[in-house]
Ligand binder design. Structure first.
Ligand code: ADP
Ligand code: MG
Length: 350
């Protein structure tokens, strides 16, 4: 519930924008919210074909939700996981695309991003009513099932096999980004110029401008405050993808320690290097911008502020900011320029 309220507020910050378009061109403005992909999706579009565009986009999101859900028997992820250690499983080319992109970033990040962490995600159960701190022995056992090098793909017939029995994949760190890219394609097809694609605040794409012909303003979540209490800051984006990952999304606290949903595939524990949240911005003309932004926020979170920032600096055209538990904000030069209203809790690292 808290999440839903906070999402509604995310939208509000960005929304001031849209009212402009809506008033000017009221009959062509369309907004829809839907519970999908474990979050609240908010799509807004203005243009003569906005209604059709949003309808088609929601249908596409429903398809992706099934495809990427680890719990839906009709979906590719479920089928791949069922066949682990046994069969190649024929899947949708979209699923192959996500897995290939995931593996690419696993290699680039030395395994910080790894969709085969799924057995550990299930063991911890973070975000479910079965969440608990597992024993070291349990973690060790599951760690033996983790390894992106044990995913085999036969591209020619769109099939995938996980080499070890008990292995499983989880596309939670990539599917929302992929989905935002797909919505963007649909909006382009319908010539939507001004739009907001908000997949639960964690994957956002804003296209066009606001009523004053300025870029959209997106409120970035303060990692330790509710949205009603304040934001980390405001970032302006235009035809760009923005993704945020944080240790506040799904977590529990035990003995004063926060256990959250982003796992370090090397240790089997939630990443514990002082990062509270990170945000990535990528230009919309970069292929798969939202999917890359989604992957990279999780990756930087696992790498930590120093290594993470260096990693991002090695990738052209990508901007990043990281908040740490000592209340510092690290940001790339491009990000600094666009961030305003930084919350007083944080000090920028120069
Ligand atoms: P959100 O779902 O809020 O956008 P992220 O994009 O950071 O959060 O993705 C976190 C999700 O990614 C987790 O819930 C889990 O499904 C998956 N995940 C956790 N750790 C890793 C990791 N090291 N590599 C790849 N995926 C991960
Ligand atoms: Mg994400």
């Amino acid at each position: 519930m808290k999440k839903i309220i906070s999402l509604a507020l995310t939208a509000l910050v960005a929304a001031s924008v849209f009212t402009g378009c809506a008033k000017k061109n009221n009959e062509f403005y369309e907004e829809k919210n839907l519970n999908l992909m474990d979050t609240v999706v908010d799509l807004r579009a203005s243009g003569t074909k906005a209604t059709q565009a949003v309808k088609e986009a929601m249908k596409r999101l429903e398809e992706i939700d099934v495809m990427a859900s680890p719990n839906n028997e009709k979906g590719d992820v479920w089928k791949i996981n069922q066949g682990a250690g046994r069969d190649y499983v024929k899947v949708n080319p979209d699923t192959i695309k996500m897995i290939q992109m995931a593996v690419k970033y696993s290699k680039m990040s030395n395994g910080a991003f790894d969709i085969t962490v799924s057995p550990l995600i299930n063991l911890w159960g973070i975000g479910t009513d079965k969440a608990r701190v597992p024993s070291d022995q349990e973690i060790k056992e599951k760690l033996s099932l983790v390894g992106y090098d044990k995913i085999s793909i036969k591209e020619a017939d769109n099939s995938v096999k996980l080499e070890k029995e008990g292995m499983a994949i989880d596309l939670g760190g990539i599917a929302k980004g992929f989905a935002a890219d797909e919505v963007m394609k649909i909006f382009k097809k319908y010539n939507i110029e001004n739009a907001l694609i908000d997949l639960g605040g964690s994957s956002i794409y804003a296209s066009g401008k606001n009523k004053t012909q300025s870029p959209w303003s997106i409120g970035i979540q303060h990692p330790r405050l509710d949205r009603s209490e304040g934001l980390l800051g405001i970032v302006k984006i235009s035809d760009e993808a923005l993704s945020t990952s944080g240790d506040y999304e799904r977590f529990f606290i035990k003995d004063n320690k926060r256990y959250h949903h982003i796992l370090n595939p090397a240790t089997g524990y939630p990443a514990d290097n002082g990062v509270m949240s990170d945000t990535i911005v990528i230009k919309g003309n970069v292929a798969d911008a939202n999917m890359q932004a989604d992957i990279l926020t999780t990756t930087v979170f696992v790498l930590g502020a120093d290594k993470g920032m260096k990693f991002i600096e090695s990738l052209p055209g990508i901007e990043c900011a990281v908040t740490t538990t000592d209340n510092k904000l690290y940001s790339s030069s491009g990000f600094k320029k666009r961030l305003t209203d930084l919350h007083k809790d944080f000090t920028e690292v120069q």
